[in-house]
Design a protein around this ligand. Structure first.
Ligand code: SF4
Length: 280
């Protein structure tokens, strides 16, 4: 019987979980020749690129950049200038999933390989949605869930590797596009203060989309123009501070894992729906 042809792939988003999974797999399964890839929307934060470069250095392995041949602005025109939203997430489909599917099909499945794709769903979260394969030769593996790796352990993996968290984590909990509609209002304020040119560009896209009849704004219930008014920013910051104070008052330090109590934006605002392709 001919030997089965097998490939292993792991998608990186520039987020903490997929980065920790890459480190975990390289340390715990060095026997697997894993191909690491990043699907670039062309609208990512510069911190994502520098973090991926550090990760490449740590693993001593190149991360393949899967470039969708059409960019966000092209697809926005195709979708009649309707901004993507949690209800109509054409961006993930066109900029993340399709380039991945095309690459795996052309490079591996069409050549008779069985492909194992490793996804960073942690043991402490539900696998509600995400990439489910329609091809029985493309098999999704969830090592963190299988091995009981939770969020504090992910933090430990990153800390012990010396990489720590991506720099944007100071003000934003997600990787992905600068203008991702999944970000919270405080993260929009963070984008405005740290990457004003990206904020202005998101504002211009939104203005154009609204003029073309888009039913969605980037952030629910208000335009970026409204959100960036000084009195609105003060309100958003005051609400954030209140949440932070409440969380700090409730925080319990585990003496065995003193760093495990990091309070991040997800803890303050509740775990929001997220995109497994963009935010892991
Ligand atoms: S990061 Fe957000 S805006 Fe970008 S492709 Fe993913 S879901 Fe869409």
């Amino acid at each position: 019987m001919p030997e089965e042809k097998v490939k292993h792939v792991l998608g990186l988003s520039g987020g903490k979980d997929s980065s920790a999974l890459a480190i975990y797999m390289s340390q715990n399964h060095p026997e697997l020749d894993i191909e690491y890839f990043f699907t670039d929307t062309g609208e990512e934060l510069e911190e994502v690129y520098s973090y991926l470069a550090m990760l490449e250095g740590f693993m001593g392995k190149q991360i393949k950049n899967l470039d969708p041949n059409r960019d966000f602005k092209f697809w926005l025109t195709q979708y009649k200038n309707f901004l993507p939203s949690a209800q109509t997430r054409w961006c993930t489909r066109m900029l993340k999933l399709k380039p991945f599917e095309a690459w795996v099909k052309k490079e591996f499945l069409d050549k008779g390989y069985t492909v194992y794709s490793y996804v960073a769903i942690r043991a402490d979260e539900e696998y509600r949605e995400g990439y489910t394969s329609k091809n029985d030769k493309l098999i999704i593996k969830l090592p963190f869930r299988d091995d009981g790796v939770d969020k504090p352990t992910v933090m430990e993996i990153l800390e012990n590797s010396g990489l720590g968290l991506p720099a944007y984590y100071e003000w934003r909990s997600r990787s992905g596009c600068t203008f991702c509609f999944f970000q919270r209002k405080i993260e929009w304020v963070g984008l405005m203060e740290r990457h004003p040119e990206a904020f202005e560009s998101a504002k211009a896209l939104e203005k154009d989309a609204l003029e073309h009849g888009s039913p969605f704004t980037w952030s629910e219930g208000e335009s970026l123009d409204e959100l960036s008014k000084p009195e609105r920013i003060a309100e958003i910051k005051a609400d954030h501070q209140k949440r932070l104070d409440r969380a700090m008052a409730k925080k319990i330090i585990d003496p065995l894992r003193p760093d495990s109590g990091l309070i991040d934006i997800d803890d303050l605002y509740g775990q929001q729906k997220m995109c497994l392709a963009c935010h892991k």
